[in-house]
Write a new protein. Structure first.
Length: 128
C-alpha cells in the first residue's frame, strides 16, 4: 500500500512537469501513459509517450528524468524535424530541461547513471 501511495505522488508530480513542458515548448496532443513494459518510448505518429512503471518505482528523480527524456524527443521533432536518436543536440536539450528542474545528469553513454541536484548532492544512482 505504501508503494502505491508513493507511486501516486510521483505520477502527480510528473503530471505537473508534463503540463509545464508542454506549455513551455508548445507541444500539442501528446498523451503520456504509464505501462508495465520493459522500456518507454516516444511514438511520433500517435503522439504517445509510454513510461514503464518500473521507472516510477525508481523514485521521483529518475521518473522525472524519464519523462523529460521522452518529451525531448517531441520537442526536437516538432521544432526541428528531428527523427529520433540520442544525438548531441538531443542530449543538450535534455540537459537544459533537467537543469531547469534542478537535476544534473551523469551519463552512461545514452541514459543517466546518476542524477545530482544543483549543489552536487546525489539524488539517484543506477543499480548495477
Amino acid at each position: 500500500m505504501k508503494q502505491i501511495i508513493e507511486n501516486l505522488k510521483i505520477t502527480k508530480i510528473l503530471d505537473i512537469i508534463e503540463e509545464d513542458i508542454k506549455n513551455r515548448y508548445d507541444l500539442k496532443n501528446i498523451t503520456v501513459k504509464f505501462k508495465n513494459t520493459l522500456c518507454g518510448y516516444a511514438h511520433y505518429k500517435t503522439r504517445k509517450i509510454t513510461i514503464p512503471i518500473w521507472a516510477i518505482q525508481e523514485g521521483k528523480y529518475f521518473a522525472t528524468y524519464y519523462l523529460i527524456h521522452e518529451l525531448c524527443h517531441f520537442i526536437l521533432h516538432d521544432k526541428k524535424g528531428f527523427n529520433g536518436g540520442h544525438t548531441r543536440r538531443f542530449k543538450n536539450k535534455e540537459i537544459e530541461i533537467l537543469k531547469y528542474y534542478g537535476l544534473i545528469p551523469i551519463y552512461n553513454r545514452v541514459y543517466v547513471k546518476e542524477l545530482r541536484d544543483l549543489n552536487n548532492n546525489i539524488l539517484y544512482v543506477e543499480e548495477k
